[in-house]
Write a protein that binds this ligand. Structure first.
Ligand code: HEC
Length: 264
């Protein structure tokens, strides 16, 4: 039996019949001005890329990004601020006809027109001229765009209350409060399921319940009242202990808040 008998050989259109050797084109007319893309040019690119990558890695290690406290979705008073490169869009939304009922204008239509025009620029502006002075409309619009971005960014930096922002994002080290898990008050909180929502360190958990160490102005009676009657999203009747225990619980929370205030 012959080898390959009964087997049909078919061609594959993806494989070129004549294999061209990978030789860079001849640019000898332009001495010193060209080089082969592979591997000469690509190697240089990669080397520059590697330098930047390592530099960035070193920077991120040396300058850790500034952290704020843990995000708390129940805190509606927190005013988030976008990164600097989005500040101009953020500022735009503060203008009367770009905010409130007109949000669509500020958030979609205006940026949409600007970035859409940028995208379509090669199709809209087909003149052969390359000098900016010979293309007044394109140049004018571009300068206008740059000027507005600079102006809006500056405005938003200028009008932002940086001190209030630093305060609202401040990391308060409430864990600095030492919590004695054998204290009577703590055990009462535990027995009455308070800690299942307000967390074992009393710091609360985002989206579930607020911290219990944030209320330096509450008196023991305030705590006792909230424990029995609830408040807002916290239902009534959670506390099931005796009056005596209720008093211990209230006093304990006052004491812990005093400690927390000291620790700050
Ligand atoms: C089911 C979860 C849950 C349990 C269990 C619970 N709480 Fe709360 N608690 C909340 C929520 C949610 C709030 C925020 C209520 C609001 O103001 O909307 C709150 C608020 C509070 C506040 C007011 C905090 C502030 O900043 O004004 C106190 C004090 C408090 N709880 C104490 C207790 C005590 C004491 C117990 C145990 C007897 C307890 N909680 C059990 C969910 C809970």
């Amino acid at each position: 039996m012959h080898r390959g008998k009964g087997m049909k050989f078919v061609g594959d259109s993806r494989v070129p019949a004549v294999r061209k050797p990978n030789i860079p084109k001849d640019y000898s007319e332009f001495p010193g001005k060209t080089e082969a893309f592979w591997p000469n040019f690509l190697l240089k690119e990669w080397m520059v890329g590697a330098v930047f990558l390592i530099a960035f890695l070193c920077l991120t290690v040396a300058h850790q990004s500034p952290l704020e406290r843990i995000a708390d979705p129940t805190d509606t008073a927190y005013i988030p601020l976008p990164d600097w490169y989005f500040l101009f869009l953020y500022e735009l939304l503060k203008y009367r006809y770009a905010a409130g009922p007109y949000t669509v204008i500020g958030a979609m239509i205006m940026p949409g027109l600007a970035f859409g025009a940028l995208l379509l620029a090669p199709f809209l502006d087909r003149g052969p001229e390359r000098r900016p002075s010979k293309r007044p409309i394109a140049t004018g619009l571009m300068l206008l765009g740059i000027a507005s971005i600079f102006f809006l960014t500056w405005q938003s930096v200028d009008s932002h209350d940086w001190e209030a922002a630093a305060e609202q994002g401040e990391i308060r080290d409430e864990l600095a409060v030492e919590i004695d898990e054998n204290a009577e008050g703590y055990l009462i909180l535990q027995e009455n399921t308070c800690l299942s929502c307000h967390a074992n360190n009393l710091q609360g958990s985002p989206g579930v319940a607020p911290s219990l160490l944030d209320n330096p102005d509450y008196a023991s009676e305030d705590y006792q009242k909230i424990a029995v009657e609830g408040q807002g999203d916290m239902g009534a009747g959670i506390f099931k202990g005796s009056d005596e225990e209720l008093k211990i619980l209230g006093d304990y929370l006052v004491e812990m808040n005093e400690k927390a205030a000291e620790a700050e």
